[in-house]
Design a protein. Structure first.
Length: 306
């Protein structure tokens, strides 16, 4: 049995966490964070308003363990981070490793160590009591990104560079189904997937391969209407949001969010202009359907539709 203050409401097969965890603003030094704090309050209020209006709790019934499967735990500073790929997640994992004492600096942790080292624990690895307690007591945070920028960034990363997983697993299946008269080399390697082919796969209700976290909707990765996130950061204001959050949770004063690009550092960052170039390859209908696919993400986080 859980203590009274840790009890959660049961709803449609899911234990829902209680209301938002109040952030300890006593730890924030200086007045330069006032604007970021004000923006933060607006984002949280906007998301809460959206969730009340949309009432997605009635539409989503899933087991709690699945609900928290993308959430990383850092017990020292009592934080929970829901991973959204292509929204600064590699550097956030580096920061969590430093916070937990696994590394002295975020700057010398390799990409493979971050993603394949299994240094960080996920919330679904705890028993139910451990999950409930942390959802109730810890500060929950998420960083999101404009959905179309995130999508194009994922495509560029996984399909425009050599990749020993995405080319043979996704590339081969995509080329086989959506490219007419594909040559043997493309069918054999899965390399050279075009953006239009990738979008055809994304929008296909009978996809030849399943979804992937790099382009899955945030609404299905982090369930923002079921889990009350205390802090909502955005990739567009990544550095200031991240460093404000680190102050809020009492991180060491010398720990700053890393500025470096995790991979393909010579590539131009995926900006709104880069996205426009990729969207030109699609028909008007494909562009609309792609927006529709990420419709909830646009609405939840108040992004402007393209």
């Amino acid at each position: 049995r859980l203590p009274e203050q840790q009890k959660m409401s049961w709803f449609g097969g899911v234990y829902l966490p209680p209301a938002l965890h109040p952030l300890n603003k006593m730890l924030v030094k200086g007045g330069e964070w006032e604007d970021i704090d004000s923006t933060q309050e607006k984002r949280r209020a906007f998301l809460q308003g959206f969730c009340r209006k949309y009432n997605s709790r009635k539409k989503l019934q899933t087991h709690l363990v699945h609900l928290v499967s993308r959430i990383y735990v850092e017990d020292r500073h009592k934080v929970l981070y829901c991973e959204v790929p292509k929204a600064g997640c590699s550097n956030w994992k580096r920061v969590l490793m430093v916070l937990s004492g696994l590394a002295a600096s975020a700057n010398n942790i390799s990409h493979d160590d971050v993603h394949y080292g299994k240094h960080l624990r996920k919330l679904d690895s705890y028993d139910l009591k451990g999950i409930y307690t942390r959802l109730n007591m810890y500060t929950k945070f998420i960083f999101v990104r404009d959905p179309m920028e995130r999508l194009v960034s994922a495509f560029r990363d996984k399909f425009e560079h050599p990749n020993s997983y995405y080319h043979p697993v996704f590339g081969k299946a995509i080329i086989k189904k959506y490219r007419h008269n594909a040559d043997e080399e493309a069918l054999k390697t899965g390399s050279g997937v075009k953006f239009k082919e990738f979008i055809q796969y994304l929008l296909d209700s009978h996809r030849p391969v399943g979804m992937d976290i790099h382009w899955e909707q945030v609404s299905k990765l982090c369930y923002p209407c079921l889990i009350n996130y205390d802090f909502i950061g955005k990739f567009e204001t990544l550095e200031e949001d991240a460093n404000y959050f680190l102050q809020l949770v009492g991180a060491p004063a010398d720990l700053k969010f890393p500025k470096f690009k995790d991979r393909h550092s010579s590539d131009e960052r995926t900006s709104a202009e880069v996205v426009r170039q990729y969207l030109k390859e699609l028909s008007k209908e494909e562009r609309q359907l792609t927006y529709d696919f990420y419709y909830l993400d646009y609405l939840m986080f108040n992004y402007t539709s393209p």
